[in-house]
Write a protein that binds this ligand. Structure first.
Ligand code: ADP
Ligand code: ZN
Length: 725
């Protein structure tokens, strides 16, 4: 027997190490893609058998190789997925092991098919009570989960939950990790499409049938039926017995989506997001890997899962920046979705009412096919958008809503219709200031103000999560009653609404209040039941939702988005306001939108009022072209951070000084990052700008790999950055 056939290269789930070679024991079969357990020192580490030629050679002599320990009884990772892992690692400067971790979803893949043990309260009261036990008993009333999940939900230590179990307060339940799913039915709740919808749907159906790679930009105004249309493509994939992946930008959107999917296909799709319990995660992973799950809907992490037979990928609300992951592997799920489509030879649909300039550019380049749905479905018309000039229509002192908007809210209340106020700021006030000494309360770990959250009576840092009780005296000068809240957040706007309309039923919708799909489900149910009159929300309410009785939208501050000034500020403002406006008047009743601004003549506002989407895009694209900004060039950010500022600065300077010189390649910086301190680490940035023809990654790799810096310094590369802080 040829001994080299018994040598395999394993990509281990250990980011610190490169792939290592192992020996396959006699009688074991381990072709590429096989999921294995390998010895590493005294430990057993999971890994995947890889093609040796994908990684630099491992010089260890055959006779020194350690044998693999076992092969897991799960489907091997297919070649297209292995190629996607390599591409993602190389494009985004990540270790392949980190990307592999997303595929194997932290262990879900390695667990065997034994059931998971979950616990729930059984009503017994333990003989000995402690404050922690009491807290757990109160918080876990309707919860069931593993010991650690319950500890997390109750905000107590694992030992407390173990103690409760010993004292007989918890019942033990075996949860099977074998899914039993019903298959969605292609023709269950078929709707009759309009002729525009039919035309687009026919194209998508042929694409699914053809089963070749192609990217479609499904561009249709809010409420035009994009979802109904891509449902037809999913129906075709079901007929072909192929799997479909639908990516949504927020997990909060999955719950309403599940219902809608069920109406159309008779059963729910499989959900994948960070809110899943361990038992669900394990079950779902297996169900999609063995092909039992035909349709999976999920947040961006669903993109890397090992589908058995993927036939279609849909990215809904494809313009959303939340598809960009900002830590770990800094990938953009929209772009990786297209790459996965290429590797798998399947169509990819990017759906949006406000496509990204990047996506439109791909259409212009002939890379994507544009599919348009120009009008709202049925009797629904696009809402009338009106600017409210805050310098003319001035809010009362200490309040934020202009008189015209207040009148409109009042009329809408009288009509029994629902209203939405949009402000993209969580909490009560973004800044707390001392009137006496001018002190501003900052986060101790970040260059950021502490945001007041009045509902929880705390100040919180939105960057690192640091919280502190609301102080009663100024931390600087000690004066009493001198602290004032500056500026509004959604909680403050909601207070104003309650003062104006004490009888109105209000709801605040932010990631603080809607932190799970179940919470989102409750909110949707309340809206549909008509038990909410006025919603005050952040970007979380701008997308996806469809509330027929919601007819008035007020944008509290249209100018906020333009403040940051990064290259996509105008585009993002436009998208956000167009999306939130799109929540109004989605059914028979017409919608009305008021946009509060101090700059009614700004191009963004004018485009919104005049419904001149194409004009706005054309002007914005042209200004990017002139500035040689993406998509007409490529960017990468290099972020250097350390707890020791001198070390961080020194490393940043070293990187800056050794920057290579090429045509069409320029390096700016280093400079302290706008967010100069984050989670206690000092941050410096460089920005790399390159012509599209330049191989940015190659240059960066050659440049950075020859440098050395202190161990405590972290150097991260953000390719195609969306955040510039
Ligand atoms: P979009 O995804 O473009 O925002 P939706 O697919 O959510 O649009 O459609 C908006 C509303 O119109 C939804 O309630 C949807 O069920 C309804 N609708 C769209 N097309 C049809 C159709 N052909 N038949 C019946 N209802 C439709
Ligand atoms: Zn902080």
């Amino acid at each position: 027997m040829n001994r080299t056939n018994n040598r395999v290269r394993i990509l281990l789930l250990n980011a610190a190490l490169g792939p290592l070679d192992y020996r396959v024991p006699d009688g074991m079969q381990a072709p590429p893609g096989t999921i294995v357990i390998a010895p590493l020192g005294p430990r057993k580490v999971p890994g995947v058998v890889w093609e040796a030629e994908s990684f630099p050679s491992d010089e260890i002599a055959f006779k020194k190789l350690r044998p693999l320990l076992e092969i897991r009884d799960v489907p091997p990772l297919a070649a297209p997925l292995r190629r996607l892992i390599e591409w993602t690692a190389q494009y985004y400067f990540a270790s392949p092991a980190l990307v592999l971790r997303m595929v194997l979803s932290s262990g879900a893949a390695f667990a065997d098919s034994r059931p998971i043990i979950e616990y729930r309260l059984n009503g017994n009261i333990p003989a000995r009570m402690t404050p922690q036990r009491e807290q757990a008993l109160a918080k876990l009333k309707d919860e069931q989960g593993t010991i650690s999940e319950l500890a997390f939900k109750a905000d107590v230590s694992v030992a407390v939950i173990r103690g409760l179990e010993k004292s007989g307060a918890l019942d033990r339940k075996e949860i099977s990790t074998i899914a039993s799913l019903s298959t969605p039915q292609a023709d269950f709740g078929k709707v009759k499409l309009s002729s525009d919808q039919q035309r687009v749907s026919d194209i998508l159906i042929s694409a699914v049938k053809a089963s070749t790679f192609k990217t479609y930009l499904l561009d249709g105004v809010t409420g035009s039926g994009k979802t109904e249309v891509y449902f037809e493509a999913i129906a075709e994939a079901l007929r072909q017995d192929k799997q479909t992946l639908i990516l949504l930008p927020e997990i909060a959107l999955t719950e309403p989506f599940l219902d809608r999917f069920q109406t159309r296909f008779g059963t729910e799709p499989l959900a994948w997001h960070s809110g899943l319990k361990q038992s669900e995660r394990k079950k779902n992973w297996r169900a999609l890997a063995d092909g039992q799950a035909k349709v999976v809907v999920g947040a961006r992490s669903a993109l890397f899962l090992p589908y058995k037979d993927l036939g279609l990928i849909i990215v809904d609300e494809a313009h959303e920046v939340s598809f960009k992951q900002e830590d770990g592997v800094r990938y953009h799920a929209r772009d990786v979705a297209v790459m996965r489509g290429l590797k798998e030879s399947i169509p990819v649909v990017l759906a949006s009412a406000t496509p990204a300039i990047e996506s439109r550019h791909q259409v212009e380049q002939g890379n994507y096919e544009l599919l348009e749905l120009p009008a709202r479905f049925g009797a629904a018309t696009l809402p009338k958008i009106e600017a409210l000039d805050l310098t003319q229509n001035i809010p009362a002192k200490g309040s934020w809503l202009a008189p015209n908007l207040i009148n409109a809210l009042e009329e809408n209340l009288d009509k029994g219709e629902q209203s939405l106020l949009f402000l993209n700021r969580r909490g009560f006030a973004p800044l707390t200031l001392c009137r006496t000494c001018g002190f501003r309360i900052n986060c101790p770990n970040c260059t950021a103000w502490m945001v007041e959250h009045r509902l929880t009576k705390r100040l919180a840092c939105h960057h690192c999560g640091h919280v502190m009780p609301q102080p009663e005296t100024c931390p600087e000068c000690g004066d009493e009653d001198s602290l004032v809240a500056c500026g509004p957040g959604v909680e403050r706007i909601c207070d104003e609404v309650k003062m104006l309309f004490p009888a109105a039923r209000t709801a605040i919708v932010t990631s603080d209040t809607i932190w799970s799909p179940a919470k989102a489900g409750e909110f949707v149910a309340q809206m549909e039941a008509g038990s909410i009159d006025i919603v005050v929300g952040t970007q979380l309410v701008t997308k996806g939702y469809h509330f027929p009785n919601l007819t008035l939208v007020g944008v509290v501050d249209a100018d906020i988005g333009l403040e940051g000034g990064d290259l996509r500020a105008a585009e993002r403002s436009f998208q956000q306001i167009a999306q939130v406006a799109g929540r109004a008047g989605r059914a028979e009743k017409p919608g009305h939108v008021f946009v509060q601004t101090r700059m009614p003549d700004a191009a963004v506002i004018q485009a919104l009022i005049n419904g001149d989407r194409d004009g706005f895009y054309a002007a914005e694209t042209e200004s990017r072209r002139i500035a040689a900004a993406p998509p007409f060039s490529r960017l990468a950010a290099i972020i250097i951070s350390s707890e020791d500022n001198a070390e961080a600065m020194e490393t940043a300077r070293l990187i800056g000084q050794t920057a290579p010189q090429f045509d069409g390649f320029a390096v700016y910086g280093p400079a302290p990052a706008p967010l100069a301190m984050l989670r206690g680490r000092h941050r410096h940035r460089l920005l790399v700008h390159a012509h599209r023809a330049v191989d940015l990654q190659d240059i960066l790799r050659d440049w950075l790999h020859q440098l050395e810096w202190p161990r405590a310094v972290r150097v991260g590369v953000d390719v195609d950055p969306y955040s510039f802080v």
